[in-house]
Design a protein around this ligand. Sequence first.
Ligand code: BTN
Length: 263
Amino acid sequence: MPAPFDLERIRAETFVADTAWYDETGSTNDTALDLCHRGLDRTPLLVLCGRQTLGRGRGKNRWWSAPGALTFSLVLHTDRLGLTESDWPKASLTTGLAICEGLNSFFQDQPARLKWPNDVYLAERKISGTLIEVGPLPEKPLIVGIGVNVNNSFHNAPPSLQSTSISLTDALGKPGDMTQVLVAVLKKLEESFRCLANHDAGLAEAWRRSCYLSGRWVEVDTGSRCWTGKCAGIDAEGGLLLETTQGRQRLFSGTVRVIRDRS
Ligand code: BTN
C-alpha cells in the first residue's frame, strides 16, 4: 500500500534525514528500537505507520490508535543536535511545546496547551501524548514517540474517551491533511530542540505561557507520594511548581489529575 503521506515532502521540508514507513506496526517506538539495534546511519529517522496496533503510553497505559490517528517516532542522535544528556529531562516539555505550536497553526480561536509533563490539551481534552525512551548503547539515541489525534474522531468512541480526548477533525469540523500536520509539528520540533541545545531562555518562557495546569488545583502522584495543591506554572528547569499546605514544591515527574479548575 503506498504511504498516505508525502514522504518526499517530509524529508525536503523538515530536519528528517530518513524515513521508515509501515502500513501497520505494533508500536512505532518498538519498531524504532529494533531499527536502532540493527544500526542506523541517518538520523533524525522518522518511523511512521498507517495503523498502530499496540500503541504504548506512559507507564502501563495503552495509546488508542484508531484509523486516522497520527502515530510516529523520531530517532534522534541528540549529540548530533548539540544536546547533552543533561538536556534530556527537558525533552518531554520541549516536544510537547513543539506539538502545541505545530497544532496552533490549524486553530484560530483556542490554543493547544502543554499539560505537564508530556501531554497536549485542546478545549479541555487530550489531543496528543509523548513517550520518550532511550535507545541502545553506545549511542543512546532518544526515541521520541508521538501520538496526535488528527482524523480519528472521538464522536463514536467509548464514552470515557469522548469526555477526555479530542482530535483535530473534531475541533475543526473537517478532516486534516496528515502530511501538513506532521510537517508543521516536525518543523517546530527542530526549532524547539535547537533552542534546547542553545539554552535559549525563550523555551522556558514559552512552556510557562502554554502551561495548561497554571492556576488549577491538581493532585500529582510522584510514585513515592501524592501532592495536592494549586499549580503555579513550570519553572526554567521544567519542574512543576505546586503551592501546597507544606509550602511550594517543585516536582520533576509524576501523574497529574486536575481536581478543580481555576478559582
Ligand atoms: C501517553 O500519553 O501516555 C503517551 C502516548 C504516546 C503514544 C505514541 S504513538 C507513537 C509512539 N508509539 C507508541 O507505542 N507510543 C508512542
